[in-house]
Structure formats: C-alpha cells, structure tokens
Design a protein around this ligand. Structure first.
Ligand SMILES: Cc1cc2nc3c(=O)[nH]c(=O)nc-3n(C[C@H](O)[C@H](O)[C@H](O)COP(=O)(O)OP(=O)(O)OC[C@H]3O[C@@H](n4cnc5c(N)ncnc54)[C@H](O)[C@@H]3O)c2cc1C
Ligand code: FES
Length: 374
C-alpha cells in the first residue's frame, strides 16, 4: 500500500479478522463491506488483492513492465508463478493471466507484451499508469525451479514467454553459493521486440555463470546469435552436453512442443519443464458430433450444443459472456457449478457425472445434456 500502508494494512487486517469472527460472519456481507471500504482507500478489501502501480518500464519496443505494490492480502510468490489480473474495460470485467517477471519477494512485477488486436494487453500498455490500481489473484502455478537446484539450467523462451524465465534465472543465480551454469535462449522476431535486453545484461554482469543467446525469427542476425526458431541445430551449436542440462521452456505452444519433441527423440534423461501461454486449440465440430441440450440456468437460456467443443465456447456462441482468463484450464476464472450432466475434462481425459460439481468451462466438453449455473 502507499504511504498510509503500515497503518491501514494493520487496521484492515484487524477489521477483517473481527468481521470474520464466527459470531459476526453470518451478518457480514463481504461484498458490501468492500464496496464501502474502497471509498476510504482503493486498496482496502476483505477479499481481493488490489495492487498499486508504482512504476512503468519498457521491457522491449512492444512490452512494458508494471511494478506493483499489493495490499495486505498478498501472500508472496515463487519465481515462475503467475497471477490472474482482472480489469474493467468499458464496464466489462476481463481476466488474463500474467507471470511475475522478477524473483525478489519485495519486487512484484508483471511484464506485458502487446498483442496486435488484443484487448487487455493494449489496455495495460496504453491506459495504465503509476498510481492506478489493479486487481490481481494470489500467485499460483507450478512452473518453478526443481529441487535440488539444477547445476546446469537451460531456459528457452520466446516473446512474453521470457517473463517467468527471467524470474527463474534471477532466483537461481541469486541463491547463496550457487556455482552452476545458466544458459538463456531468448527468441523474438527482431532485436527490438525481444524482451529484457538490459535486465539480462545487468544480470550477466553480476553473474559470469550466466550466458545469454538471442534467436531472431524475422531479422538478420549478428555473430553469436541464432537465426530462425528453436531447433536441434541451435541446441547442438550451443551445448555439447545437452543431455546433462535441465531445460525449462516457455512461450507459444509451438516452441514448447518442439522442445518436448527434441528431448523425447533424443531420450535425454531430464524431462523438460514447460509452460505454454497459448490457449487450447478449440476442437472443430465434425460430422460425428452429437447434439446435446445445454441449460444455462442463471441466464434462463436453453440451447442445442454439441459434444465436441468446450462449454466456454458454446456459452459464448450462445451469446453469454462467462468470465474467462487463460482459456486453458489453469486460472479457474471460468469455474462454474454444473448441476447435472456428464462432462469430459480435456486436460485429464476424465469424465464426470457428479451433480453439483464445480467445473472449468474452458476445458470441459459436455457428453450429455448439461445444466450449468451460468
Ligand atoms: C500461464 C500464462 C502466463 C502468461 N504470462 C504472460 C506474461 O507474462 N506476459 C504477457 O504479455 N502475456 C502473458 N500471458 C498471455 C496473457 O494472459 C494474454 O493472453 C495476453 O496478454 C493477450 O491478452 P489480450 O487480452 O491482449 O488478447 P485477447 O483479446 O485475449 O486476444 C488474444 C489474441 O487473439 C486475437 N483475437 C482476439 N479476438 C479475436 C477474434 N475475434 N478473431 C481473431 N483473433 C482474435 C488477438 O488479436 C490477439 O492476438 C500468459 C498466459 C498464460 C496462460
Ligand atoms: S479460463 Fe482459465 S481456467 Fe478456464
């Protein structure tokens, strides 16, 4: 919180604890309390982590780092984790997931790359400034450093996929007595669009055991740089002992898939740790699809859907606006109560027919008639 933070934070913590007392809790509506508390200070809340933007910094020609100071509900993070950010644009709330781009607990920051035509990234780049407030979730995600700390760590990132990798590199290199080697492979379309040049340079100056190599996919390269997308040739040019390195890769699904495929083809013993920023490809409805009845209870809508596409797309196609964020099953923004019917989880392949069950619409395909509290 800002200059009032220690006092307000303490007061808010105590007031929150008092209002949650078993005798008072049934009488307290946290939404109403939050509504009034916000008038006292934008970061006062019983339920939500509200962060103040304290600085903006260019991370490349088309990316900005926003430095955040969250309120007293923030519980910290591990390098590599992400948050779900909620913004209201033209009266509609939108959720997107952003990785934290630094390792230090007292330096909460996200780095956002502009997506041409993208709603939230353009809003954050063009309309959010120092002193603004953003709602974020607690940090989550398991794309974190393995234990024990790898002595040889290869970080392969493309575009905004570099954000958690920078945090991971910082976290490892700052460990006391760490003497291993870290190699960062940073891909982008051009020098201008590749993220974190100056921060990586600074990190390299502090830690001679860090090596950084740039790969450019749409621009000529200089000596020591790689041309084109990640491939076996790039790996072989850089490392004679790749089998001994722990690889962590992050970026578009194509990059993640090619890293996994190369490691599998060569039978390297350390499984790649990966995270993709790309939403799940929506399966196209095919001739074999079966019609199912979808009942969106709260909206009072009943439509005929199909048994092949996730409920999120089918609800949107029916004209509803369910909350969503990652569209790949990781942020839980789209969680809804299914009151009846059978769904299949696209991530696990499991089917479930339990009544009154919370499901994530973006990864749940209806296999029968389904009723949802939406
Ligand atoms: C785990 C995770 C971590 C992430 N971390 C980061 C991070 O650190 N930094 C970062 O910048 N991003 C990160 N992302 C991506 C981020 O969550 C957003 O997806 C990204 O910022 C784009 O959001 P947007 O609202 O700008 O784009 P959206 O409006 O969601 O659009 C996404 C793309 O689809 C296109 N599009 C939109 N609507 C249509 C349409 N009707 N037809 C055709 N195309 C359309 C847009 O042009 C755009 O290219 C992360 C994602 C995940 C899952
Ligand atoms: S939108 Fe993130 S879990 Fe569904």
């Amino acid at each position: 919180m800002d200059i009032l933070s220690p006092v307000l934070g303490q007061l808010a913590r105590r007031a929150g604890a008092a209002l949650r007392h078993p005798l008072l809790a049934p009488l307290v509506n946290e939404h109403v309390v939050d509504f009034y508390a916000r008038h006292l200070h934008p970061q006062l809340s019983m339920r939500q982590v509200i962060a103040r933007v304290t600085a903006r910094q260019a991370a490349s020609a088309d990316a900005v780092t926003l430095h955040l100071v969250p309120n007293y509900l923030w519980r910290g993070f591990r390098a590599g984790q992400h948050v779900t950010l909620t913004v209201e644009i033209d009266g509609v709330r939108h959720h997107r997931v952003y990785s934290l781009s630094a390792a230090n607990a007292d330096d909460v920051q996200i780095t956002v790359k502009r997506q041409p035509g993208g709603l939230v990234s353009n809003y954050l780049l063009d309309q959010v400034y120092d002193g603004d407030y953003l709602q974020i979730s607690p940090a989550f995600g398991d794309f974190v450093l393995p234990e024990p700390a790898p002595q040889k760590l290869l970080l392969i990132g493309a575009g905004s996929g570099m954000t958690p990798l920078l945090a991971l590199a910082e976290a490892l290199l700052q460990m006391p007595d760490y003497t291993g080697q870290v190699l960062v492979l940073n891909y982008g379309r051009s020098h201008e669009e590749t993220l974190f040049h100056s921060r990586l340079l600074r990190l390299k100056t502090l830690h001679p055991n860090l090596r950084v190599v740039y790969g450019l996919t749409a621009e000529g390269v200089s000596e020591g740089e790689l041309s084109g997308r990640f491939c076996a040739r790039h790996l072989d040019e850089l490392l004679a002992d790749a089998a001994e390195w722990q690889v962590m890769a992050c970026g578009p699904q194509g990059l993640v898939d090619s890293v996994k495929a190369l490691w599998a083809e060569r039978g390297y013993p350390l499984a790649p740790l990966t995270e993709s920023f790309t939403p799940l490809a929506v399966p196209q409805a095919t001739a074999g699809q079966q019609p199912v009845a979808l009942h969106f209870r709260l909206a009072g809508r009943a439509v005929t859907g199909n048994n092949q596409q996730p409920l999120l797309q089918q609800a949107e196609a029916a004209g509803l606006l369910p909350a969503s964020g990652c569209r790949m099953g990781i942020c839980f923004s789209c969680t809804c109560r299914k009151t009846s019917g059978t769904v299949k989880n696209l991530l696990t392949g499991q089917t479930s027919s339990e009544p009154d069950e919370d499901i994530r619409l973006c990864v749940s395909v209806p296999l029968s008639d389904v009723s949802i509290s939406l």
